[in-house]
Write a protein that binds this ligand. Structure first.
Ligand SMILES: C[S@@+](CC[C@H](N)C(=O)[O-])C[C@H]1O[C@@H](n2cnc3c(N)ncnc32)[C@H](O)[C@@H]1O
Length: 299
């Protein structure tokens, strides 16, 4: 196993990821290590596995590193979403800073199942940053810690960051501050994306670009279920109604039961006025299952 991990480390060292200190070091089947994922976060590591217990070989590998590397382990289990456990090195109790193509984000190993950033969206964040310009208005729905908003705001756009969770919106504000953006110059909305999109339509509020990255499955406060394979098209229709002329939508999903083709059909069927659509692959450090589907639609 150690030989395979070293081989995947060698492959990552040949990738040019820019000013980036956080990336996927081992990607399961893509590195001949099914069920094992290792992410590097600014010199600290997170091992995620689909196995109920940490494999002894992985624990031994983590503790044998010299100099010691702080390493956490998390079991991938959507029904039991626990914070990672420290398995080697010194604990990192507070959030810490990572850099991705020169943009800074706060990451935490001890505040929940997710660490504050989804590394697989790196190239989409870059795309948003490259597309945005001063004067643009960008709506980041299902925003989590606001990483897409930070990229849009760095390019001069005015952003609206929308999430159900107040702690995540607070985290998004801290991510903005970390990058020299005054959060009071940006908008933050707490609540359900579907409710807000309908409210924006009624208010005739329009956006240059909208980012849709919903969870595969969620249930709102009223018990209403969102399931990507059944409801993504409706989400796209609602968002399209909030776009300015010549606006764009970035639609992404990691729903395993949607193929690239079926996702693309759903999105295109919901936007008859699309003038151009473009699908993107996952970043090069994600060598395994290509679960993340990303489509940019221009109106
Ligand atoms: C998959 S994460 C989104 C990741 C984010 N787009 C990123 O790249 O960092 C899902 C987020 O959606 C939020 N969420 C779930 N259901 C929601 C809803 N109905 N309306 C708004 N936010 C929702 C959750 O609180 C969580 O922060």
């Amino acid at each position: 196993m150690v030989g395979k991990i070293e081989a995947s480390e060698n492959i990552r060292s040949t990738l040019s990821l820019g000013d980036t200190n956080s990336f996927r070091l081992v990607d399961g089947i893509g590195d001949n290590l099914p069920g094992i994922y290792v992410d590097e976060f600014a010199g600290r590591r997170l091992i995620s596995t689909s196995f109920p217990e940490l494999l002894p070989e992985l624990r031994d590998w983590a503790s044998s590193l010299a100099p010691p590397v702080t390493t956490y382990w998390k079991r991938l289990d959507q029904r039991d979403r626990k914070s990672p456990d420290l398995i080697s090195g010194t604990p990192v109790e507070n959030s810490f800073e990572i850099s991705e193509q020169g943009v800074r984000y706060l990451v935490s190993f001890e505040s929940g199942y997710s660490q504050g950033i989804f590394l697989d969206q790196r190239n989409n964040r870059r795309r948003v940053r490259d597309r945005c310009q001063p004067g643009d208005t960008i709506l980041n729905t299902f925003a989590y810690t606001g990483a897409f908003s930070v990229c849009a705001a760095l390019a001069g756009a005015t952003t609206t960051t929308l999430d159900l969770s107040q702690p995540y919106l607070d985290w998004a504000r801290r991510n903005m501050e970390l990058n020299g953006i005054d959060p009071s110059s940006q908008y933050f909305c707490k609540g359900d994306t579907f409710h807000w999109l309908q409210r924006f339509v009624r208010q005739k509020r329009r956006f240059t670009g909208i980012i849709l990255d919903p969870p595969t499955f969620s249930r709102d406060q009223d018990g209403k279920v969102f399931q990507a394979e059944d409801h993504y098209g409706h989400l796209v229709s609602l968002a399209t109604a909030c776009l300015s002329p010549n606006g764009w939508l970035l639609c992404t999903t990691n729903c395993q039961c949607l193929s690239r083709t079926s996702f693309s059909r759903i999105v295109e069927a919901a936007i008859p006025s699309a003038s151009r659509t473009c699908q993107f692959p996952m970043p090069p450090d994600f060598t395994g299952d290509q679960y993340l589907k990303s489509i940019l639609v221009e109106i």
